[in-house]
Design a protein around this ligand. Structure first.
Ligand code: HXC
Length: 513
């Protein structure tokens, strides 16, 4: 080390003190089955790529009383993942419960600004008791610095939140505004008001895990996009997610070498049963189409009638959303609309082409759904898909009835390429319902109503439940052999790489939030 002897001694002493603090932190965190902020950063980033920023920053001496640990309760800086630059912060629960002071807010804000200027993703590793109680109102302004940038960076660079401990109050809100929230089971939880406050206000008794644990947010609330059993898996998921996304909204997602066509992809048509009342798993279709059969599903346990996730086709990153016939016939409910709408907008913001796999009987009927506002929630899906300016491709694998036809990638909502499999049924409604409405009188007067029904069902299926009426009008561009699906999609994606849409001159559309 060069420099004056005194300066060097001081630096070495500070480094030794930091090392000692890290060892204490390690002992505390490992006892709780968790890593330290620095260990987490090291796992996330390429080896040796971390550059720390503001390691000595601390609360200024001033009128606000409160502790002033060096570096405060967050480690901030930048590095690379797969060689691509990212900005990062990791809260340190061993320092005042990872609580957010003004200094913590300013440190995080600085790396968010680094992300903005450098056009790189920002990844937050959250483990915090929220606003620092001793910091008073000033600590709340620390959150203000972060929130403002969460909003400002939304749609500019990808923002990922890895939840690795308790996250209460502002510690839950900031992640909720980011693009992806990843939680660790039995280790992280998120809530706006905790069990104690809930008990005092409403009398309800609930433990933190049930109230806001990873399973709760991955299955009930939809707040978590992914849940894992360990911090290491959580970090791997974050790395995988980033691999599908560009570093900022001005770039295209990174291409990789085209993967293999999945084995048996030519037999994909066999997955869909001939009998329209029998279900199948749309994931089987998706994983038989995409490169190497690799599909990173988002929110796999929430709103399960809709599937969303990332994959690649011919090495090109794609976002896929589709109905799940295996669960309640793939009907669209409020949550399914929300899930797909948000996913489509995330893809659109970051230039990821979208593929829709449609097999949908309609919107979920029910008083709960109507009173819950399925009209306005369902409308989000129309907004999201129609407004998306990225390449938009649709494959109709079986049925698409009624209003749900419109929201699952319809040509009229500006899809770029619509393909239908030969068994696809694009119609106002299914055969049973249609026959009962159209030919009620004939059925009533028939000598043999069962035979008459069978005859009319066959007639309706022949005349209406086919892809050809839609193809004859140009609503589908081609009726394809399912075996051709992968090839057709790759050609369409290549054709659309230069797609450009002139935006309408307005402030923004008033999506039905
Ligand atoms: C200061 C805090 C703190 C906080 C925890 N600590 N939260 N210090 N401010 N907000 C300290 C504790 O005093 C303790 O210090 C250490 O961190 C570890 O905390 P424990 O309680 O021992 O840990 P645990 O049992 O795991 O419980 C974690 C917890 C709990 C659930 C997060 O600490 C908790 O409920 N904290 C308060 C949460 C909260 O209500 N925050 C305010 C949110 S309001 P010692 O010295 O004993 O080790 C908010 C508004 C933002 O964030 C809005 C912005 C506009």
């Amino acid at each position: 080390m060069s420099g004056t002897a005194e300066g060097t001694d001081q630096l070495l002493a500070r480094r030794a003190a930091a090392q000692e603090r890290e060892e204490q932190a390690r002992a505390k965190q490992h006892e709780r089955g968790r890593g330290t902020a620095r260990e987490r950063i090291d796992k996330l980033l390429d080896d040796g790529s971390f550059t720390e920023v503001d390691r000595y920053r601390r609360e200024p001496v001033g009128p606000t009383p409160g502790p002033r640990p060096e570096g405060d309760a967050v480690v901030t800086g930048h590095g690379t993942i797969d060689g691509r630059p990212v900005a990062v912060y990791a809260q340190d629960f061993t320092v005042l419960g990872g609580s957010v002071s003004l200094t913590v807010g300013q440190k995080v804000a600085k790396v968010m600004d680094i992300a903005a200027k450098g056009g790189m993703p920002i990844i937050g590793m959250n483990d915090s008791g929220g606003a620092r109680i001793q910091g008073g109102l000033v600590a709340l302004t620390g959150y203000g610095e972060i929130f403002r940038r969460n909003v400002g960076l939304s749609g500019v660079v990808p923002q990922l939140s890895l939840m690795m401990g308790p996250c209460a109050g502002g510690a839950a809100y900031s992640p909720a505004m980011t693009d992806f929230v990843l939680m660790v089971r039995q280790s992280s939880y998120m809530f706006v008001t905790g069990p104690e406050v809930i008990r005092a206000v409403t009398g309800e008794r609930v433990d933190p895990e049930t109230l806001g644990g990873a399973d709760t947010h991955a299955t009930r609330s939809g707040v978590a996009h992914l849940a894992t059993d360990s911090e290491a898996e959580c970090i791997e998921d974050a790395q995988a997610l980033l691999s599908y996304l560009p570093s900022n909204h001005l770039q295209l997602p990174p291409d990789v070498a085209p993967g293999e066509a999945p084995e048996g992809h030519r037999d994909i048509g066999r997955i869909v049963p001939d009998d329209p009342s029998r279900s199948y798993d749309m994931r089987d279709v998706i994983t038989k189409v995409v490169d190497d059969g690799e599909f990173l599903e988002i929110q796999p346990e929430w709103a399960t009638t809709m599937i969303c996730g990332f994959a690649r086709l011919g090495g090109m990153s794609v976002g896929i959303y589709g109905n799940q016939p295996k669960i309640r016939a793939g009907v669209i409910d409020i949550d399914a609309s929300e899930k797909a709408s948000r996913f489509i907008r995330t893809c659109d913001a970051f230039n990821v082409p979208i593929i829709c796999f449609a097999d949908v009987p309609g919107y979920l009927p029910g008083v709960d759904q109507e009173w819950g506002g399925i009209i306005r929630h369902g409308a989000k899906l129309i907004f999201a898909w129609t407004e998306a300016t990225v390449p938009k491709l649709t494959v109709n694998t079986r049925k698409a009835y009624g209003g749900a036809y419109g929201v699952m990638g319809a040509k009229q909502l500006d899809a770029d390429a619509n393909f239908a499999w030969p068994q696809a049924e694009l119609a106002v409604m299914g055969a049973e319902g249609a026959v009962s409405v159209l030919w009620r009188k004939e059925l009533k007067e028939a000598e043999d109503p069962d035979a008459k029904r069978a005859e009319l069902l066959a007639l309706y299926r022949r005349e209406f439940l086919q892809p050809y009426p839609a193809a004859e009008r140009g609503y589908v561009d081609d009726v394809i052999d399912p075996a051709e699906t992968r090839d057709k999609l790759i050609v369409a994606l290549q054709r659309l790489r230069t797609k450009y849409i002139e935006r309408v001159d307005r402030k923004f559309s008033n999506i039905t939030l």
